[in-house]
Design a binder for this molecule. Structure first.
Ligand SMILES: [Zn+2]
Length: 139
């Protein structure tokens, strides 16, 4: 169905983060959308993207406004995102947590024993599963 003239639907421009500025948030399909991003910090890398593959975002840098984006409104709502990360700050990777992993096979709880009858791990003097007595250390 093709709607023309005054019956045309407007689509939403959704701005994901504080820092974006747009003159309006509703656009007709085919209308040029201009968005500014003014929250620019030094030493920070920004990457901007939309949720729509059919939107080609044109990115320019303007000394007065900051980043200026223009795109043509498609026939659906468009959400605009920004990812920012400080390029000077070292963010430790997940390597730390990997090395802290404990090899559970080699660590045994003190006082635990495995029942020879049913194989259950127990802590007391008798098996909680079958009632067998805890085996003595000598084999
Ligand atoms: Zn048992």
């Amino acid at each position: 169905m093709f709607l023309s003239g005054c019956g045309k639907k407007k689509y939403d421009l959704i701005l994901d983060r504080y820092g974006f500025e747009a003159k309006k948030t509703k656009y007709h399909a085919g209308e040029t959308v201009t968005v500014y991003y003014i929250m620019i910090a030094t030493d920070t890398d920004y990457s901007f993207y939309t949720d729509s593959e059919d939107v080609s975002l044109t990115q320019k840098y303007d000394g007065k406004h900051g980043y200026v984006f223009t795109f043509t409104m498609p026939e659906h709502d468009v959400r605009l995102f920004v990812d920012s990360r400080n390029s000077m700050e070292y963010i430790p990777d997940t390597a730390d947590t990997v090395y802290k992993q404990i090899d559970t096979d080699t660590v045994s709880e003190p006082g635990q024993w495995k029942c020879q009858e049913c194989g259950k791990c127990n802590e007391g003097g008798y098996c909680s599963e079958c009632g067998s007595k805890k085996p003595s250390d000598d084999k």
